[in-house]
Design a binder for this molecule. Structure first.
Ligand SMILES: *Cc1c(COP(=O)(O)O)cnc(C)c1O
Length: 422
């Protein structure tokens, strides 16, 4: 380990040495020792169009020469205005206001604060949120509170606020029980809301795919039911699309795919195509209006030094343009994954195969506890590098989330590599 670096999610004492990356192009990482590795997981789910994409690089370069950064309170700039307009147009429906920040956890924090204060500003004290078992919303305290309690949050449990958790009705190919699971989750939601209708500021969910919790996939129908119940009991619905946004589910957003409009949506990972840390929390005009007042106490007192950084905006605008040009790629990747599933579906070491858009996942049959610390994860990481693949299983969950520029040959190479690793 480097004497001065502290790596994320890493126990330095037992972890293997990090691999040094020299450069990257398209789906390929080039290591310092000359080895080449396919980035099968888009570098923690952020990269969309391939690494070092010249169009995004050029957009950042051009912007950096004009305006690299300016305070965003009392000032504004064209890249932010353009990006807000484009996001609102893409999301459509009730979304109308864009709040900028710079990472997914913060986008979630902002959503929670918006929802909480939305009620405070209407003289209502709604003290808690409803979230889902297996959820991951980030590593800041609010985001940890609405995430599943896990070894990630154990040390901080005294500092986490009380949240009600519903079972997440996850499904996979061949699942016959999904409707029953959905019905149970909705019944529990209705009973919570019926018992204490004024207690909940909102419901927060990772729509269609729970990411870090193990690429657990759900159905659009369930989100439609959530919307119905949230309306019925007058509470807010928050979609954390930090991972699912920007084409990952095979449509522009999980909400557009499911045709469900939440009240607040959080976006980050793919926003700049994977070039710069950036995030937005987008809300309906109704929420914005609850803050619009002569009373200074009704202000959303939240902001960051780099709010709406012009370089981030420029990268995001370039990435959105590339998405429009390559829309067919993220729309058709699901079929390609399914094609490769043919060869894996009867593999004795695999179960619960599932795919949503560009994300494919499967559970590895293991005798150990199927959690994040499962030894199989480290073993697969090691073996995949030997195969020239960057795979990083979540416990016993093996998943693929490649950049959209991947060719059919490269995708076939990944699936071939998985066979070998298994
Ligand atoms: C990654 C992720 C976050 C946190 O984003 P960071 O940029 O890592 O802080 C929040 N929600 C979801 C669904 C995520 O996948």
């Amino acid at each position: 380990m480097h004497p001065h670096i502290w790596h994320p999610y890493t126990q330095a004492k037992t972890a293997p040495l990090p691999l040094k990356v020299k450069s990257a192009k398209g789906v390929w990482l080039e290591l310092e020792d000359g080895r080449k590795v396919i980035d099968c997981i888009s570098s923690w789910w952020v990269n969309l169009h391939g690494h070092s994409h010249p169009i995004i690089a050029e957009a950042i370069y051009q912007q950096a020469q004009r305006l690299e950064q300016v305070i965003f309170a009392g000032f504004t700039h064209e890249p932010a205005e353009k990006l807000a307009e484009q996001l609102v147009a893409r999301l459509s429906g009730r979304f109308n206001r864009v709040f900028f920040s710079d990472n997914g956890s913060t986008a979630v924090e902002v959503a929670l604060k918006m929802a909480y204060q939305y009620w405070v500003n209407q003289q209502q004290k709604r003290t808690t949120f409803i979230a889902f078992e297996g959820a991951y919303h980030g590593d800041t305290f609010g985001a940890m509170s609405v995430g599943a309690r896990s070894l990630f949050s154990d040390a901080f449990s005294d500092w986490l606020t009380a949240v009600e958790f519903l079972p997440f009705p996850n499904t996979y190919i061949g699942d016959t029980q999904v409707e029953e699971k959905e019905t149970q989750a909705i019944a529990k939601l209705e009973s919570l809301l019926a018992k204490n209708p004024d207690r909940y500021a909102g419901i927060i969910i990772e729509p269609l795919v729970q990411g870090a919790g193990g690429m657990r996939m759900g159905r659009p129908e369930f989100l439609q039911q959530l919307r119905r119940v949230a309306d019925q009991f007058n509470t807010l619905l928050i979609f954390d699309e930090v991972m699912t946004g920007f084409g990952r589910t095979g449509d522009w957003f999980a909400c557009t795919k499911a045709q469900v409009e939440p009240d607040i949506i959080c976006l980050s990972k793919g926003l700049t195509g994977g070039f710069l840390p950036f995030a937005v929390t987008v809300c309906s005009e109704a929420i914005y209006e609850a803050f619009y007042s002569d009373d200074p106490l009704k202000t959303l007192y939240h902001g960051h030094s780099y709010t709406a950084n012009p370089l981030g905006c420029a990268a995001a605008l370039a990435s959105l343009e590339l998405m429009m040009e390559n829309e067919s790629v993220f729309r058709t990747m699901e079929l390609k994954h399914l094609g490769h599933f043919q060869a894996l579906q009867n593999h004795p070491k695999l179960t619960n195969l599932r795919v949503t858009g560009t994300i494919a996942a499967m559970d590895i049959v293991t005798e150990d506890q199927p959690n994040y610390l499962n030894h199989i994860a480290a073993e697969i990481r090691q073996r995949s590098i030997e195969q020239g693949l960057l795979l990083r299983p979540l416990g016993n969950v093996l998943y693929l989330m490649p950049p959209y520029c991947i060719t059919d040959e490269e995708l076939a190479e990944i699936y071939q590599g998985i066979q070998t690793i298994l």
